[in-house]
Write a protein that binds this ligand. Structure first.
Ligand SMILES: Nc1ncnc2c1ncn2[C@@H]1O[C@H](COP(=O)(O)OP(=O)(O)OP(=O)(O)O)[C@@H](O)[C@H]1O
Ligand SMILES: [Mg+2]
Length: 314
């Protein structure tokens, strides 16, 4: 649904994005994750046709954004970093106005507005002034204006920034509900955002893609070893015994009493061997589970300068 090829944008001497390539399938939700200044907003402005790239191309449903802008605008909805909301307009009037500018035929304006109000759950505030709404509801109006012409593709630039935790959850749920019918690209520098909503993650750093995968895939690729949490009843010479087991790279005491973190080779059956050896040792195995890598770990690894190169070679 979205095809991005060799996209480069320079602002004078600043290389905001460099040779980006990625594609997004129909119905997918993609998390576009990167630190401040990584080039997220720049990429989104180009995808939506608000800004021309220095070189490269973007296609939406097969239409080139700059050769067929009208076909593309019909298919794309955009929630910018700062949505252009008119605070002295009523919610419903504003959505009618946006539908008109987007060129919706007059017979489709009322149904389009009604659908956007329903999807963004704005029913109770549709007759209120935008300026009097809470920030969370204003953000919903921003999402509704992106949806009003029922586009196939939604580009959302940091949709939950500045919202309180309850509103964050509401907006996340809204985005999840929109997937399937819509292809969604969501930018954020808040890590939990992408694990909560996205099927695939693209990490961008200094204008280049540092990694692209599912969260599970990223976790796997980032670690050459696996870590396990082990809790036993009797410690004795447990540490020394574990060190002798084939595949064990290291062991260190955990935070709770009688617990350890054991680092293992990424070999498929090393965990089975470890569990078996602990049971046989008579230490009284009480708990055994793998320790997940957090997205924070991956993000830091991939966006910290010297390790970014390591990420790129994975
Ligand atoms: N209009 C502009 N003129 C000059 N430089 C710009 C302009 N817009 C963005 N930049 C620069 O391009 C780079 C990428 O910026 P961009 O806004 O795309 O990053 P971002 O990933 O959206 O960051 P944030 O998380 O802070 O929103 C930055 O170095 C920024 O300073
Ligand atoms: Mg931005």
């Amino acid at each position: 649904m979205i095809e991005i090829s060799n996209l480069t944008k320079r602002y004078g001497s600043i290389n905001a994005i460099h040779n980006l390539n990625f594609s997004v399938k129909k119905g997918e939700i993609i998390g576009f994750l990167g630190p401040n200044g990584a080039g997220k907003t720049t990429t989104m402005k180009i995808i939506t046709g608000f800004m021309a790239p220095t070189s490269g191309s973007v296609k939406i449903a097969g239409f080139d954004v700059f050769e067929n802008p009208i076909e593309v605008k019909k298919r794309i909805g955009y929630l910018p970093e700062t949505p252009p909301l008119y605070s002295d307009m009523l919610v419903k009037d504003y959505l009618r106005y946006v539908a008109q500018i987007k060129g919706l035929p007059s017979s489709q304006i009322e149904p389009g507005v009604a659908r956007a109000i329903e999807k963004a759950n704005l029913g109770q505030v549709q007759k209120r002034l935008i300026g009097n709404l809470s920030k969370g509801f204003r953000q919903r109006v921003g999402v509704a204006q992106a949806l009003v012409h029922n586009p196939d593709v939604l580009i959302l630039d940091e949709p939950t920034v500045g919202l309180d935790p309850k509103q964050v959850i509401e907006i996340r749920n809204l985005i999840k509900e929109l997937s399937g019918d819509h292809t969604v690209v969501l930018s954020t520098h808040v890590l939990p955002e992408v694990t909560a909503t996205c099927q695939r993650i693209i990490i961008i750093n200094k204008g280049e893609i540092a990694a692209e995968d599912t969260f599970e895939g990223l976790s796997k690729r980032m670690t050459s070893t696996r870590r396990f949490y082990v809790k036993i009843r009797r410690t004795g010479d447990f540490e020394a015994q574990v060190k002798k087991i084939v595949g064990v790279k290291g062991i260190r005491p955990g935070t709770a009493g009688n617990s350890y973190e054991v680092e293992l080779d990424k070999n498929d059956d090393s965990n089975e061997m470890l569990a078996e050896a602990i049971v046989k040792s008579g230490a009284g195995l009480m708990e055994f589970r793998s320790i997940d890598v957090s997205l924070e770990d991956i993000f830091l690894k991939l966006t910290t300068t010297d390790v970014a190169q390591q990420g790129a070679t994975l």
